[in-house]
Design a protein around this ligand. Structure first.
Ligand SMILES: NC(=O)c1ccc[n+]([C@@H]2O[C@H](COP(=O)([O-])OP(=O)(O)OC[C@H]3O[C@@H](n4cnc5c(N)ncnc54)[C@H](O)[C@@H]3O)[C@@H](O)[C@H]2O)c1
Length: 378
């Protein structure tokens, strides 16, 4: 990779909506990446977003329209339904991708993207930006002193009024918000989800069309349980957007209020900010470093599928009156659907070559370290 004259990675931003604007403003001030093109199906939106970030760069309706911009990597901030299409265009053009969460609307679509990354040999990383927060890193560090762990509890209670797609979704809590909390659980514990039972419902006063409340219990590979409860329609005493956390184990208790307060056995622990930046800035820093070094990032596509599987497992369980859903079985059912739906011969052949889904998630064409241990989600 040549880089810009000053060594910054030349990126094209695809998706110039609300979150695309956030990304572009951050990129405009970045010392490690430089935006060279902005793409959106709505070209006026692409131009407007450039203007509001004070940038004059190539704009287009697709990556093909900006192929002269000298792009070295793509940041995909389109809606989840478009993620796979845009990721495919980029990776087939030989470009690594940093894609906003959630990677795909279903685990089956996510598996097709794992196969696509294998076929093209490109890096596909998912931006789970809430992983990049100093107090979360501190909580993860002190959590190791609590082990072996018995129970991890996370509570998220909010009164969210966000007219638009969130208020129309079937699972506005689990799919749009809990994706962060379930991913943070994986970051903090480094444990694997085995099964889930979930009850999701909508309180009678809710202004959401879908299920704004849920209680879910996950069994983890270590034997610990993750107990999650949340709602987006509960006025008063709101928790942090990051949820409120407690971890109980043989070594005592660690807590995190989701903001700056971390404790270990009731003693306050000082949390330092992350040196490479927080939120999407931290995500970008990890992506650029991995593009440069060939290292496998956290939330490389194979690993991130497990976060999506936790969400899908919870929604499936709630649709079956809280029945226990085994994550490994859910992954294998998703692989069958992926094989049924995939139309590209090379991607279909790759999916076909996997003995099962966990084996597919254990392959490592990008970087040298496995994203998950083989047999992980057992
Ligand atoms: N990490 C976070 O905290 C966070 C916060 C908000 C949104 N997000 C994620 O960011 C993504 C975008 O969310 P948003 O709120 O900006 O949505 P949005 O609807 O405001 O913007 C999406 C944009 O993508 C464009 N688009 C759709 N399909 C396209 C395609 N095939 N090619 C090019 N452009 C296309 C649309 O025209 C639109 O301008 C979602 O995945 C969302 O979950 C993450």
């Amino acid at each position: 990779m040549s880089g810009d004259v000053d060594g910054r990675l030349r990126v094209a931003l695809v998706g110039a909506g609300a979150m695309g604007g956030e990304w572009l403003r951050m990129l405009a001030a970045s010392s490690i990446a430089v935006p060279v093109a902005v793409v959106d199906l709505d070209i006026e939106s692409a131009r407007r977003t450039c203007g509001s970030a004070g940038l004059d760069v190539a704009t287009g309706r697709s990556l093909t329209e900006v192929e002269d911009a000298g792009t070295e990597a793509v940041i995909n901030v389109t809606v989840p339904q478009a993620h796979r299409i845009v990721n495919e265009q980029a990776m087939r053009a030989g470009l690594p991708v940093l894609c906003e969460k959630p990677l795909a609307p279903t685990v089956s679509e996510a598996l097709r993207q794992v196969a696509l990354a294998n076929v093209t040999g490109q890096l596909l990383m998912v931006s789970q930006s809430r992983r990049y927060f100093g107090p979360l890193a501190t909580f993860a560090t002190v959590a190791r002193e609590v082990g072996p762990v018995n129970t991890i509890l996370a509570d998220f209670f909010h009164e969210d009024h966000e007219p638009g797609f969130r208020e129309q979704m079937e699972h506005p809590l689990l799919v749009d918000m809990s994706v962060h909390h379930f991913d943070m659980l994986r970051y903090v514990t480094d444990d694997l989800p085995v099964s889930v039972r979930c009850d999701a419902w909508n309180p009678p006063w809710s202004w959401f069309a879908g299920k704004a409340s849920a209680v879910a219990t996950f069994e983890l590979a270590s034997g610990a349980r993750f107990v999650y409860s949340g709602s987006r329609a509960t006025p008063g005493a709101e928790t942090s957007w990051n949820a409120e956390w407690r971890m109980h184990g043989l070594g005592g208790v660690a807590t995190w209020d989701g903001e700056k307060s971390v404790t270990l056995r009731s003693e306050r622990v000082v949390a330092e900010p992350m040196s490479a930046g927080e939120s999407i800035e931290g995500s970008l820093a990890e992506f650029v470093s991995c593009v440069r070094s060939g290292r496998t990032p956290q939330n490389e596509v194979r690993d991130n599928v497990l976060t999506l599987a936790m969400i899908e497992g919870a929604t499936v369980s709630s649709s079956r009156q809280g029945e226990r859903v085994v994550i490994r079985e859910l992954l294998d059912e998703a692989l069958i659907r992926a094989l049924r739906d995939e139309t590209r011969e090379d991607v279909a052949a790759e999916l076909q070559s996997w003995p099962d889904a966990v084996h597919g998630l254990s392959t490592t064409p990008w970087g040298s370290e496995p994203a998950i241990a083989s047999g992980g989600a057992s």
